[in-house]
Design a protein around this ligand. Structure first.
Ligand code: PMP
Length: 361
């Protein structure tokens, strides 16, 4: 059904309306049929059931093999930028990094505080417009892991395949997890902050292979130690119970829509509608990423005449198209369309972009 306004926020991003209604209903629970999940013990049978159910749904949706744990960690993906090197890198150790944009660069900088961050690809010199070819990736066999970001939310670049590392591969999938089948089994760890495709902010999902987890450094601070998180069902402390509940609802919604394969079809359709307008615009709109590496989640572009971007954003708002301003680090326009974003919203943006071009060229 067509809406009055569409939310292109990069994150925290829109949730499916069905999930929001269920959340409202949950918050209204009081009295004889129990209290709402936000106000009950994380050790209660009800919450433990929710935790188990959410884990099972994620395991099914992501095809997680049995020898991987799924952890719910408080904090965003940036917390993982710190936790991963803290758990795996000693002073003398190194990790390999594919630096393909703002977020993987941050991850590498954080890791360099614990050990050596080898940049085996660095796209900064061309303003992060390209990704490496899988056959060009050569890891240092002595490095503890290879880290990459499967979708650069700010620059709008997305890997179409998992980089082949001869060492454990760790992926920041914050902005494209559950948007397509991602091949968890080809990684030693996949992590994602929830606020784009899985739920609210303040919680991350970490999928980690047992063998990799066991290779972590000994004697880590308890609450930053993946092993303790795994042993305690993600609850060495009070977890973000409301966040986990919402993640479960979002997973249920994705399953009801046909899972990650259906999500991939829809996401390709939505992003294709906008890339078509960019490509037919004779450089009125200038896409940021090189074509083969374009993200289906975050479409980033500039206007040929940069001074027109202010009117583009203003007119877009008047047309009910919100949250299109690019990240402060690169400017321009960014249309983020995660799983919950409806096809009609993409159609509306495509139509607006065509009209704007006709009016202003
Ligand atoms: N990685 C990626 C790919 C992101 O898009 C973001 C946030 N936009 C982060 C990491 C950091 O997430 P948080 O702010 O939740 O720590």
């Amino acid at each position: 059904m067509a809406q009055d306004s569409y939310n292109f926020s990069a994150g925290p991003a829109m949730l499916p309306s069905e999930v929001k209604l269920q959340a409202i209903e949950e918050l209204g629970r009081n009295g004889r049929d129990g209290f709402s999940v936000i106000e009950i013990s994380h050790r209660s049978d009800r919450f433990l059931g929710i935790l188990e159910d959410t884990e099972h749904r994620l395991r099914r949706l992501l095809s997680v093999p049995d020898d991987y744990k799924i952890l719910f960690v408080s904090g965003g993906a940036s917390m993982q930028f710190s936790m991963i090197p803290y758990n795996f890198l000693n002073n003398g150790d190194s990790a390999d990094f594919i630096v393909s944009g703002y977020w993987s660069e941050k991850a590498a900088k954080e890791a360099a505080k614990c050990g050596r961050a080898n940049l085996i690809f660095d796209g900064s010199s061309d303003g992060f417009k390209t990704l490496p070819n899988p056959q060009d990736i050569v890891c240092d066999p002595k490095s503890r892991y290879l880290h990459y970001c499967s979708n650069e939310t700010i620059h709008g670049l997305e890997f179409t395949d998992v980089p082949k590392g001869s060492i454990p591969v760790v992926c920041d999938a914050s902005s494209n997890i559950l948007s397509k089948p991602i091949g968890v089994d080809r990684h030693s760890m996949v992590y994602a902050g929830a606020q784009k495709n899985i739920g609210p902010s303040g919680i991350s999902v970490v999928v980690i292979k047992d063998e990799f987890m066991k290779s972590a450094l000994p004697n880590r601070l308890a609450y930053m130690d993946y092993r303790l998180l795994a042993e305690t069902l993600s609850m060495p402390f009070t977890p973000n119970t409301w966040g986990i509940f919402l993640v479960g609802l979002v997973c249920e919604w994705i399953e009801s829509q046909g899972g990650t394969v259906a999500m991939e079809e829809r996401n390709s359709l939505k992003s294709g509608l906008i890339y078509d307008v960019i490509d037919e615009s004779r450089e009125f709109y200038l896409g940021h990423a090189v074509e083969d590496f374009r993200s289906r989640m975050n479409i980033t572009f500039k206007l040929e005449r940069e001074e027109m971007e202010v009117s583009f954003l203003k007119e877009a708002e008047l047309n009910g198209l919100h949250g299109l301003k690019g990240h402060r680090s690169i400017g321009g326009i960014r249309a983020s369309m995660y799983n919950a974003f409806p096809v009609e919203g993409a159609e509306r943006l495509a139509e607006f972009m065509r009209e704007f071009r006709l009016k202003h060229s």
